[in-house]
Write a protein that binds this ligand. Structure first.
Ligand code: PLP
Length: 377
């Protein structure tokens, strides 16, 4: 198998699975229990929190474990709007966010909020000036992703944070960093964002666990789940200790030699861009600087057919975000590309274990698809 879909989810290293198994079986205590098995887990929870917080660049007390990136996005947006409910009912976001953000914003619209959806240019770019111009005195929240999951564009979160601090200091800032965490360098406590969402399964952790950074400007954050007081009383529910152990292990592994890993990813991406560009009718989409995502279009050849054809040969790539299989992607639609180009967009996304030989294998399969199938559009 050639797996080039790390932005959908990443393979889980053996050591991560072992860490999960060990907690599920041997160290299964509830962190709220008062005997040694529980007390030990409480201590472990704080070690795991510190591991993830260190990688995110924040104090462990600012990090809350969640069940996934989607949960972090939902929580951040609703908590920001709650804090700023007296400031106003306007949100600025982008048309190319993950549906975890877009659908929450749509839900807020149904609660009476106005939402401005910033449009990218044809290369997927969104500027800080564009975001700041859209901010009004009644803007409760700006929610802008750090790295676009379909295009790989990196968005100017830090610059927007500086602009907000200067002109609209009460407006809160959320960034969905699910595709940025341990892929592009940043430190949550220097970024200037009030909320930062991350998810474990994009970096080799288990599915079903993530974390939300909540910064110091968020006063008395609105709890997501009321109940037994876990996660500082903000996100109750018995902690998913096994998943959290796996998350921390994945972070630990990913951080070993991270700089070299990122340099290798960058090199792989550049290599993929070069070999793919040699395929007739193929163009690269977007100007993503993220080292692990490359979007391309085989104009005229529908992307779902490409994905199915390559999939049948054991090559995993994606026609956009994994959550939209079969449906046209809102991200590609927002680029305003010609129909033939838009319908042929595929995404390759890499992990540290990928090789140039795998890229060659994928490029050859794409070329065969081009040569052997008739264009449909
Ligand atoms: N945000 C982005 C940018 C993503 O790529 C994803 C997953 O594809 C999510 C949020 C959702 O994360 P999760 O699958 O952990 O809910």
């Amino acid at each position: 198998m050639i797996y080039l879909d790390h932005a959908a989810t990443a393979p889980v290293p053996r050591a991560v699975a072992d860490a999960v198994y060990e907690v599920l079986t041997g160290r299964f205590g509830n962190p709220s229990s008062q005997y040694p098995l529980g007390l030990e887990m409480k201590k472990q929870m704080e070690n795991w929190r510190k591991t993830v917080a260190d990688a995110l660049g924040c104090d462990a007390k600012r990090l809350y474990f969640t069940s996934c990136g989607t949960e972090g996005d939902n929580w951040a947006i609703t908590a920001a709007c709650w804090q700023n409910r007296h400031l106003g009912r306007h949100i600025v976001t982008t048309a190319v966010e993950h549906s975890a953000v877009l659908e929450t914003c749509k839900w807020m619209e149904r609660q009476g909020y106005q939402v401005t959806y910033l449009k990218p240019d044809r290369r997927g770019r969104i500027t800080a000036a564009q975001a700041l111009e859209a901010v009004r005195p009644d803007t409760a929240l700006v929610s802008l992703m750090m790295v676009n999951n379909e295009l790989g564009n990196v968005y100017p979160v830090e610059e927007i944070a500086r602009g907000l601090a200067a002109g609209n200091p009460k407006t809160l800032l959320h960034t969905d960093a699910v595709q940025g965490f341990l892929e592009v360098p940043f430190a949550a406590d220097k970024l200037g964002a009030d909320f930062v969402t991350v998810s474990a399964h994009k970096i080799g952790g288990p599915k079903g666990v993530g974390a939300l950074y909540i910064g110091p400007r968020v006063r008395n954050p609105r709890p997501l789940l009321a109940g037994g007081g876990q996660e500082g009383g903000l996100r109750a529910g018995t902690e998913a200790t096994a998943q959290i152990a796996g998350f921390a292990k994945a972070v630990e592994l990913r951080r070993e030699g991270l700089e070299e890993k990122l340099a290798r990813l960058k090199d792989l991406r550049a290599y993929a861009a070069e070999v793919l560009s040699a395929i007739p009718d193929l163009t690269l989409i977007a100007d993503g600087e993220a080292p692990h995502i490359l979007a391309a279009s085989l104009a005229g050849w529908p992307s779902q057919n490409i994905v199915n054809d390559l999939g049948s040969q054991g090559i995993c790539i994606s026609a956009g975000s994994a959550c939209h299989q079969g449906k046209p992607s809102h991200v590609v639609a927002a680029l305003g590309l010609p129909k033939r180009t838009a319908s042929g967009v595929v995404r390759l996304s890499f992990g540290p274990e990928n090789t140039r030989e795998e890229i060659d294998g994928c490029a050859q399969a794409l070329r065969r698809h081009h040569d052997q199938r008739m264009p449909m559009l």
